[in-house]
Design a protein. Sequence first.
Length: 359
Amino acid sequence: MTDSAPPSTIFRYHSPNIDRLLGMIQTGNFTIRLAHPSEFNDVNDTAIPINVDPHQKMVREYTQVLESAYCYIYKAQEEANHEGIEIDMQTLIIYAMQESWYGKRLRLEKCRMKKEQADFFRRQLKSHVSNYFKEQHIKLSQGLSSNLGVCCFTTDILSPTMWGYYAKNIGYAFEYDGEKIAEIGKDGYGIHPIIYQPDTTDKTKEFLQILVSSLKSFIPYLDDFEDMVDELSVSEDGVITWGVLEESAKILGNATNTISKEILADDRTLNLAIKHSLHKSKEWEHEKEWRLLMPLNADAKDEERYITVFPKAIYLGYRMPEADVQKIMQALHETNSPIKLYQVQPNLMTQKLDIRELR
């Protein structure tokens, strides 16, 4: 994370919504909205490089683990039925997973399954494991920033590209005091400049440690769980293979959703997301972006996304209808607002934008 001092002046573009702007002027309640990174235009924005794509070796290996667990469950149930004993399902699953990880690997044919049935079951199990890995990859890679709120600013108020893209040239932009925006951020969040160089450093091992510590609370019977990390974490071709831990947790009481929430709420995961949220492709460099980062729960209600910040000035797009310009000037006058008002306009000689003061 950068420690750059905030700029003295910073801007934020808005799409055309004259009624919302007039409402803020009349009430004096000027707000900015925090967004989750998943709402951004750039699909790679804040996407943390984690290599969890499954391959055939992984799928085959973990299919064998689950196949073995199924066999132990079958054999234990058969023995319990013979003895007339009822077995708690959670206890049974824990026992089966212990045996499939630490004990002898069993094949479906050992459970009196015919070869055709065993092959069919194995194919179905393999398909399930493969699909589950893919689902978790998408879920976790997209969800790492789900507890992070972001508001984007720029130091460039004369960008034709951003006026056209974000304000359609008929919208508006606010000017803020950069130091006041910086005061909003707290506890390691704050406002930071974007680094226009993608951070492609593999974060898989770092994330694996977060995953392991989260899973420990759901798999208490693994006494030497920490020692297993090195053995399970990397396959022969260097691909991280933590998927078996997620799948095992799913079998242990179908705790996947709870685990995912624990991982995403973990401070280390959030710090990882914060650091990575400050990197973008060089293709976006023209935006001269700064970001305000704030905590924002994944299930935050819409009203929880807004922060009140009073602007220094309002800039209007050069294609804003004159009638709307007059309404804004009248509202500022009637409320005796200290906010200055400007309008950008094209300079045909320089092919750039100029600023005209209206109030």
